[in-house]
Design a protein around this ligand. Structure first.
Ligand code: HXC
Length: 258
C-alpha cells in the first residue's frame, strides 16, 4: 500500500515510521491511522525487523486526533464506526518493541499514541498534554488510564482537568519518558536504542515486553506466575543455548532470533 501520510523506512534491523502530515501537525485522521496500522503490521511480520521506532516531526509528534474530521460526527456514527478500537489500537497488538521518539507536541490522541508504545524517548522540546477538556470532551484512547499509571493520580488530574502541558524534563522526572535527548539527536538515539534491542534474541525481547506490559493488567501474583512461564519457556530456544554458551566461552553471542 502506498502511504501518503507516513514515511516508512528500515535502518538495519529497525523499522522507522515517521508521521508525515505537516500541514496539520500530524493530526491523526482516519487515513493516517489506517496507514500507521498497516505499516506496524508489516514490520511486525517481517523477520528482518527486530524493533520499531515511531516518530513525527521536530514541531509535532502528533497534535491529537483530527478535530476537523471529528467535529460533526454524531454519537451513533462514532459508536458504530468504533474508530478508536478499530484504528487506534494496532500498536498494542505488535509483538516487537515499539519506541515512540517524541519531539514537539504530543497532545490528546498524540500523547495517547505515544503512551501505547513501549517507551517514550523525548526530545528537549517535547510537550505532552491531554487538552481534550478544552474541546468539551475528555481523553478517549486510554489517556486517563495510561497517563495515571505513568505519572500518578495527582499529575494526571492536573493535566487532564486543566489541559496543562508537561515539558520533556517534567516528563522524564515523572516517568512518562525514559530519556531526554537533544532534538537533533532524537531519531538517531531512538534508532540506536532500537538497534541494540534488535540485535538481541527476538523471543526473549518479545516475551520480556509482553511481561512488562502484563504488569499493567495483572495482580502481582498473576504477573509473577506469567513471567515465570515465559522465562522457563525461553529455555526451549536456540538463542538461550547460544547466549549462555557464548558467555561461558567468553565470546559475543550470535543470536539467530529464535
Ligand atoms: C486538526 C489540527 C490539529 C488537530 C493542529 N491542527 N492540531 N487540525 N486536528 N488536532 C492544524 C491547525 O488547525 C492548523 O491548520 C495547523 O494544524 C497548524 O496548527 P496551529 O494551531 O496554527 O499551530 P500552532 O499555533 O503552532 O499551535 C499548535 C497547537 C494547536 C498548540 C498544537 O494546533 C492545538 O492546540 N491543536 C489542537 C490540540 C488538541 O486539542 N488536541 C486534542 C485533540 S482531541 P490550518 O489549516 O489552520 O493551518 C483528541 C482526542 C483523542 O486527540 C481521542 C481518541 C481518538
Amino acid at each position: 500500500m502506498a502511504h501518503e501520510m507516513i514515511l516508512v523506512e528500515t535502518r538495519g534491523r529497525v523499522g522507522l515510521i515517521t508521521l508525515n502530515r505537516p500541514k496539520a501537525l500530524n493530526a491523526l485522521c482516519d487515513q493516517l491511522m489506517e496507514e500507521l496500522g498497516q505499516a506496524l503490521r508489516a514490520f511486525d511480520a517481517d523477520p528482518a525487523i527486530g524493533c520499531i521506532v515511531l516518530t513525527g516531526s521536530e514541531k509535532a509528534f502528533a497534535a491529537g486526533a483530527d478535530i476537523k474530521e471529528m467535529k460533526d460526527r454524531t454519537y451513533p456514527a462514532v459508536y458504530f464506526d468504533d474508530f478508536i478500537g478499530k484504528r487506534w489500537e494496532t500498536v498494542l497488538t505488535v509483538q516487537k518493541p515499539v519506541i515512540a521518539a517524541v519531539a514537539g507536541f504530543a497532545l490528546g490522541g498524540g500523547c495517547e499514541l505515544a503512551m501505547m508504545c513501549d517507551m517514550i524517548i523525548a526530545a528537549e522540546n517535547a510537550k505532552f498534554g491531554q487538552p481534550e477538556i478544552n474541546l468539551g470532551i475528555m481523553p478517549g484512547a486510554g489517556g486517563t488510564q495510561r497517563l495515571t499509571r505513568a505519572v500518578g493520580k495527582s499529575k494526571a488530574m492536573d493535566m487532564i482537568l486543566t489541559g496543562r502541558m508537561m515539558d520533556a524534563a517534567e516528563a522524564e522526572r515523572s516517568n512518562l519518558a525514559c530519556r531526554v535527548v537533544p532534538v537533533a539527536d532524537l531519531v538517531t538515539e531512538a534508532v540506536k536504542m532500537g538497534e541494540k534491542i534488535a540485535s538481541l534474541s527476538g523471543p526473549s525481547v518479545a516475551m520480556a515486553k509482553e511481561a512488562v506490559n502484563a504488569a499493567y493488567e495483572m495482580t502481582l501474583k498473576e504477573g509473577v506466575r506469567f513471567e515465570r512461564r515465559l522465562f522457563l519457556s525461553l529455555f526451549s530456544t536456540e538463542d538461550q543455548k547460544e547466549g549462555m554458551a557464548a558467555f561461558a566461552e567468553k565470546r559475543p553471542a550470535q543470536f539467530r532470533h529464535r
